[in-house]
Design a protein around this ligand. Structure first.
Ligand SMILES: *Cc1c(COP(=O)(O)O)cnc(C)c1O
Length: 383
């Protein structure tokens, strides 16, 4: 069957995949090899050295490209290695406009590595398209977008931003880790590059670290492939295999993540000890209407602020949880809880952090796919 004819929930299983040519293995074998025999110099079966290409990695790259509706995929050793490759498209003096409540590791990479090489980053609230437009200057080359944002779950208007990027000839890159292609496909809304930490929902089982990029344009794909091969931060064959295995159940997992998060958002919203719940599926969420337009569901990530007690209350709550695990990361089948101010966002200066709403009392949940009653009882007990 032609790939394009498949619906999303079949693409997770068959997208870009065909039984292995050797023995018909249904899952791509883990080609744990660095090099490949050549019949005559330069004459090989498409693979010469595993930094340049590896069949297990190729299978993952095709699968992710298929899910995002792109033409080319690239798999990296981590999500940040994928971000790193995108930034290497730029030259000293080039400017990037990015989301202000960005994944902490991306913020650190931008401000502590790439600023040193002369790339200029403008962090701003990209919910305000006029403000973004005002900051586009002669040297601006790229929009770096995260939506939903982390950990405040703000929603940015991808179509509106793509219009701006188009008008000014900017590359638009979207970190789609939180939403996954099941809920949101930025390339279809006008983005040029989609980035993933496959460590999270794509892998889905908290058992690997990997990253991915997907693009439509062949020329852009060539540039990124050159950077990937030249810099070398590739995804290994074992992790490629695990990510592929995870992707096969993405649609089923995401459906349950969304359902459980919805029940928990409503439970927290109605709890007397809770000040505020940040989840784009709540009608009170300031950009709920945009989320509804550009996403197929509202995702499994939410944050909340207890009414009083600040840091001590948040830490006490986290220590009392039994079903939720207190841990970094997100997107696995098991529910995790974290304290952004000391964990994922510790690398962002305190003043900047607090301005964004990442206060000492804020708690972030990655809602897993357990029985939701066990999750709610756990939260209730800990509160
Ligand atoms: C985890 C994460 C990253 C970084 O990915 P790694 O695989 O940890 O390198 C980037 N963006 C978001 C939104 C993330 O959650």
């Amino acid at each position: 069957m032609e790939e394009q004819e498949l619906r999303f929930n079949s693409k997770t299983i068959h997208g870009g995949q065909a039984p292995d040519k050797g023995y018909g293995a249904v899952m791509p074998p883990i080609y744990q090899t660095s090099t490949y025999a050549q019949r005559s110099p330069g004459e090989h079966l498409g693979y010469a050295y595993s930094r340049s290409a590896n069949p297990t990695r190729s299978a993952l790259e095709k699968a992710v490209a298929s899910l995002e509706g792109g033409a080319h995929g690239l798999a990296f050793g981590s999500g940040l290695a994928a971000v790193d490759a995108v930034m290497k498209l730029l030259r000293p003096g080039d400017g990037v406009i990015c989301t202000n409540d960005l994944y902490g590791g991306s913020y650190r990479l931008f401000t502590q590595i790439f600023e040193k090489y002369g790339i200029v980053f403008h962090f701003m609230d990209m919910q305000d398209l006029d403000q973004v437009a005002q900051h586009i200057g002669e040297n601006t080359k790229m929009l770096w977008i995260e939506t939903p944002t982390n950990p405040m779950m703000n929603i940015l208007d991808l179509k509106g931003l793509a219009r701006l990027a188009g008008e000014h000839g900017l590359l638009m890159a979207v970190d789609n880790t939180f939403a996954t292609p099941y809920l949101q496909r930025p390339l279809e809304l006008g983005a040029d590059i989609v980035m993933h930490s496959a460590t999270k929902y794509l892998g889905g089982h908290s058992d690997l670290v990997a990253g991915a990029l997907v693009v439509k344009d062949g020329n852009l794909a060539d540039q990124l492939y050159f950077i990937q091969n030249a810099s070398g931060a590739i995804c290994g064959p074992m992790d490629s295999f695990l990510a592929l295995r995870g992707i096969k159940t993405l649609h089923v997992r995401m459906e349950r993540h969304c359902q459980n998060a919805e029940a928990i958002a409503h439970f927290l919203q109605g709890h007397r000890a809770i000040e505020k719940v940040y989840w784009p599926g709540l009608p009170q969420h300031p950009n709920h209407h945009i989320a509804k337009q550009q996403m197929g569901g509202f995702g499994g990530m939410l944050s909340f602020l207890p009414k009083r007690g600040g840091r001590a209350a948040a830490l006490g709550f986290l220590e009392r949880l039994r079903v939720f695990t207190l841990a970094e990361s997100l997107g696995g089948v098991e529910s995790l809880a974290g304290h952004p101010a000391t964990m994922t966002h510790a690398s962002i200066p305190k003043k900047t952090r607090e301005r964004l709403g990442v206060t000492e009392g804020l708690v972030r949940l990655s809602v897993g796919i357990e029985d939701v009653n066990d999750l709610i009882e756990d939260l209730d007990r800990a509160l």
